[in-house]
Design a binder for this molecule. Structure first.
Ligand SMILES: Nc1ncnc2c1ncn2[C@@H]1O[C@H](COP(=O)(O)OP(=O)(O)OP(=O)(O)O)[C@@H](O)[C@H]1O
Length: 284
């Protein structure tokens, strides 16, 4: 049922976010974020450009240390997390084969210099077949189209076999057929009980496929069942908050007005933390 993934008070959330501020050079990019994400949730992270979606994923992936607050993942070993950053981390000019790039998904079990067993090589072939890329093994990664490259990156995710998967705009600039195939893979991971957070821009895709939604605009605007988050009012609110945010504001001061995420019935809320911030510091 829609919203099941986010229990109001899940006994053991996979991810607990407490009063989180993430940013760069002590300037907050996203703040006031609190909430629980239950194991097995399929969450679309949405919001205007610059809302802090990628920043949140970097924080969850451990690539960005919180400026304030914390992220707790009691049940997640860092190795049990797979993260697909927005921009390719692969140098397209580097003469490396599709097989080798996909096989990197096994590095945790193989080690940096270990050779692959016959069974592991077969798993690489199987992962490529699962993304419709059988036969591409020997191709240089730089020769792939955008859609083929994204399929290869998903094949690598398959091999990582992680219970928690973070995807930053996996459908950006990808052809429709590939998007459909990648969504099918994501839905398969969801059925297998994995927890998936995906930054998505296309709200129609979110409506159709993602039961749960986190609407961000430098702070949480809403978090809950998708139908309750994708409302005209909340989307307009997100736009307004985004336009009003001051990028040059310093780190939050613990004073002033409370955070403002409106309550959604039946879902875990991104709550204002108890010590309210001076929001004025972040707005024009
Ligand atoms: N490496 C960085 N150094 C400094 N500021 C950054 C860095 N990365 C992002 N920012 C800033 O942090 C804010 C949030 O950016 P972020 O990329 O998280 O937003 P987003 O919601 O993912 O945006 P988009 O949808 O456009 O990709 C923006 O003001 C951005 O300019």
């Amino acid at each position: 049922m829609v919203g099941d993934e986010l229990n109001t008070h899940p006994a053991t959330p996979l991810i607990r976010i407490e009063n989180l501020t993430l940013g760069y050079d002590r300037h907050p990019a996203v703040h006031h974020l609190s909430g629980d994400i239950a194991a097995g949730a399929l969450v679309a992270v949405i919001g205007p450009n610059g809302a802090g979606k990628s920043t949140l994923l970097k924080g969850l992936a451990g690539e960005l240390r919180p400026i304030g607050g914390r992220i707790l993942m009691p049940g997640v070993h860092p190795r049990a997390l797979a993260y697909l950053p927005q921009r390719g981390e692969i140098d397209h000019g580097f003469p490396v084969s599709v097989f080798d790039v996909v096989a990197m998904g096994l590095w945790r079990e193989v080690g940096a210099f270990g050779g692959l067993s016959r069974a592991q090589r077969q798993r690489v072939h199987d992962a490529l077949a699962a993304v419709g890329m059988a036969g591409f093994e020997a191709r240089l990664i730089g020769s792939l189209s955008g859609g083929q490259l994204q399929r290869a990156r998903f094949a690598r995710l398959i091999l990582q076999d992680a219970p928690l998967i973070l995807l930053d705009e996996p459908f950006a600039a990808i052809d429709t057929r590939t998007v459909d195939d990648l969504i099918a893979l994501i839905l398969g991971w969801h059925r297998e009980g994995r927890t998936v957070l995906t930054v998505v821009h296309d709200l129609e895709q979110v409506r159709r496929h993602f039961p749960t939604c986190l609407l961000l605009s430098r702070e949480p605007v809403a978090f809950g069942p998708t139908a309750q988050v994708l409302t005209t009012e909340l989307l307009a609110r997100a736009r307004h908050l985004s336009e009003a945010f001051n990028d040059d504001a310093p780190e939050c001061q613990l004073e002033g007005a409370p955070a403002t995420a409106p309550p959604l019935p039946g879902a875990a809320q991104p709550q204002a933390h108890p010590e309210a911030h001076g929001h004025a510091a972040h707005r024009h």
